[in-house]
Design a binder for this molecule. Structure first.
Ligand SMILES: Cc1ncc(COP(=O)(O)O)c(C=O)c1O
Length: 392
């Protein structure tokens, strides 16, 4: 299987971890030798409720028995997609009331950028340095990391970059600006939180000049930071909200949500302003619906904040300089990329899954399922400490 993996499946990582998966359950993934790995990554923040959560699996199975794909996006009334969009509206502040469901996060970003351009009639997009919003052409255009995108130029024109949390840079937003796109908490950059009411200040400037604020909540969304949406911590409601990852409960999804009035711009001039065959797929929507219900009806969000404290209390070590982030979106910072690499690889050998962040090589990603138990957290943190001891 390993040689077939390297021969037939396209690779873009020079050194894939290449662990052969047998099955997964709760906070554990099992390899083909039945070795158990405690999962501190949750499929890069996607498996909010852990692996094969019974309520999510049942929702998928029930829907499978009824129907799968029947028609392209938005033509037929398919209950799981309608119920999901309705439930999102129930939990979102006004005017975020209408949701377009996509197949991935990056496609939702594309839709949000298109909507902002269409709504404002402007072309300029302002994004943040070190931002990550996905890997298709539009999303890559607003990625704030030149080294990773220069090979794919030309990308979207009229994209400008500001420094996240830099208040002076906010002046770059003018009446020429269609949209400012920001991650609520910068992910790939190293789990950088907005400070000093930064998001509110950006929103105020956008409002003053008639630009649209797009917040990318693909990572912090759906309970990961202890609230359903990260923006709730910073009192800033975006004009367009983009979500994905944890929304799907382990299934591929993305979504962008706006006011009914704004979203109606995708219906005319031109009609069919954004089209997808599989967006809003009933099986995936059923999975997401069960996931959002469970996140909002259980204690996982309040517990995420308690679990954050437990991790911060446990991970005290001379080689951990800082822990960034919020809730169960945490990054432990070591003094060097080499140490981070060693910790991640040695922990994997010891049966603990950790991972990197895209643009911050000193960061160890700790984004376990929200359902992880305190005992599992203690076990994983003890392993990290043991590996750090072996390094120091
Ligand atoms: C903040 C953010 N935006 C967008 C994306 C892209 O989502 P997807 O990989 O589902 O296309 C990601 C994925 O890592 C992300 O973390």
């Amino acid at each position: 299987m390993k040689s077939d993996f390297f021969t037939y499946q396209a690779q873009t990582s020079p050194h894939p971890l290449a662990m052969e998966i047998s099955h997964a359950n709760g906070s554990y993934i099992y390899d083909s030798n039945n070795k158990a790995y405690l999962d501190f990554v949750a499929g890069v923040s996607a498996n909010s409720l852990g692996h094969n959560h019974p309520k999510v699996v049942n929702a998928i199975k029930n829907q499978l028995d009824k129907y799968m794909h029947v028609m392209v996006y938005g033509e037929y009334i398919q209950e799981p997609a309608v119920e999901l969009a309705k439930l999102l509206a129930k939990h979102l502040p006004k005017p975020l009331e209408t949701t377009y469901l996509t197949n991935s996060g990056t496609e939702a970003i594309e839709g949000a950028l298109k909507l902002a351009k269409r709504f404002t009639g402007r072309s300029q997009i302002i994004a943040a340095k070190h931002a990550y919003h996905g890997n298709t052409m539009g999303s890559m255009s607003v990625m704030g990391y030149e080294e990773r995108k220069q090979a794919f130029r030309p990308l979207l024109p009229d994209v400008h970059f500001i420094e996240f949390n830099n208040e002076v840079d906010i002046n770059t937003i003018t009446t020429k600006t269609a949209a400012v796109i920001l991650e609520t908490i910068q992910g790939g950059a190293g789990f950088i939180e907005p400070i000093n009411d930064y998001l509110q200040k950006v929103k105020a400037k956008c409002k003053a000049v008639g630009a649209v604020l797009i917040l990318d909540e693909i990572q912090p969304g759906f309970g990961r930071t202890g609230k359903l949406f990260g923006f709730e911590h910073y009192n800033c409601v975006p004009d367009i909200l983009v979500t994905g990852k944890g929304l799907g409960g382990g299934m591929p999804i993305g979504a962008f949500t706006a006011s009914k009035d704004m979203m109606s711009n995708l219906t005319e001039n031109p009609k069919l302003g954004h089209i997808t065959t599989f967006g809003g797929h009933p099986v995936i929507a059923a999975s997401a619906l069960a996931t959002v219900k469970e996140i909002t009806e259980s204690n996982v969000m309040t517990e995420a904040l308690e679990k954050e404290q437990l991790i911060r209390k446990k991970l005290k070590h001379p080689l951990i300089k800082e822990i960034r982030g919020k809730g169960l979106m945490l990054a432990a910072m070591t003094p060097s990329a080499d140490i981070t690499n060693e910790v991640i690889l040695k922990c994997q050998d010891e049966g603990l899954i950790l991972f990197w962040l895209l643009f911050e090589p000193k960061a160890i990603r700790i984004t376990p399922p929200l359902t992880i138990s305190n005992e599992e957290i203690i076990k994983g943190c003890d392993l990290i400490l043991k590996v750090l001891d072996s390094i120091s």
